[in-house]
Design a protein around this ligand. Structure first.
Ligand SMILES: CC(C)(COP(=O)(O)OP(=O)(O)OC[C@H]1O[C@@H](n2cnc3c(N)ncnc32)[C@H](O)[C@@H]1OP(=O)(O)O)[C@@H](O)C(=O)NCCC(=O)NCCS
Length: 181
């Protein structure tokens, strides 16, 4: 593993790159991706970059994942309950960068920011992944997420209602060092 993986907040200038990754057929095989016009995505990104990522943040954050400083994918964190300190995460890596632990390492960076009391100060992270999306299960379990069982027919993907696994990660499990490397 020789590449360096970093994340930075996505900006409106990333809209074209993100649309390119979204248009890869495999990007939408296991997740429902809305199709956006460039201007619409540009405006969504503008709205996601303004608020600082601190303990009062209660919206959706998006980062561009970079491998050796080259954009390689995205990762999101959506605060579903600030009151309870809960957020959900999602990620996609461009086809040419897959299989190099890019998603796993990017998720580790987001987990660190999510649970840091000086940053997002959250207590629990959640994710769902289609039961057949084994690569995504690995990304989550490698980062300490536990399989919290199946949600039958949770989402409609390409016109088909798909069963998903739910995953969760609690801050104490990371702080106490019980996550696998
Ligand atoms: C899921 C995804 C983000 C993984 O990105 P990635 O950078 O290739 O992931 P990583 O290299 O960090 O880890 C993938 C793991 O899955 C394993 N894997 C990949 N494809 C697999 C398959 N078909 N069956 C079993 N394991 C598989 C890899 O060996 C690796 O495991 P390891 O860490 O034990 O070696 C990427 O495949 C993707 O963008 N898919 C399309 C979008 C998507 O499904 N997003 C998630 C929605 S929940």
């Amino acid at each position: 593993m020789t590449s360096s993986v970093t994340i930075r907040r996505a900006t409106a200038a990333d809209a074209e790159f993100l649309l390119g990754v979204r248009s890869e057929p495999s990007a939408s095989r296991f997740q429902p991706l809305r199709s956006y016009a460039l201007e619409r995505l540009h405006n969504i990104l503008l709205s996601r970059t303004s608020d600082p990522l601190d303990a009062s943040f209660s919206a959706k954050a998006q980062w561009v994942i970079e491998s050796n400083a080259i954009p390689a994918g995205w990762i999101t964190l959506d605060i579903t309950s600030r009151e309870h300190g809960v957020a959900s995460v999602g990620y996609t890596v461009a086809e040419e960068f897959r299989g190099q632990r890019v998603a796993s390492r990017a998720l580790a960076l987001v987990i660190a920011a999510a649970f840091d009391a000086g940053e997002l100060d959250l207590s629990r992270l959640e994710a769902v992944a289609a039961v057949e999306n084994v690569a995504s299960h690995r990304v989550l379990t490698r980062n300490g997420f536990r399989d919290e069982r199946i949600a039958k027919g949770l989402l409609v993907i390409n016109g088909v209602r798909v069963d998903h696994l739910r995953f969760g990660l609690l801050r104490p499990d990371v702080v106490s060092g019980r996550c696998p490397s």
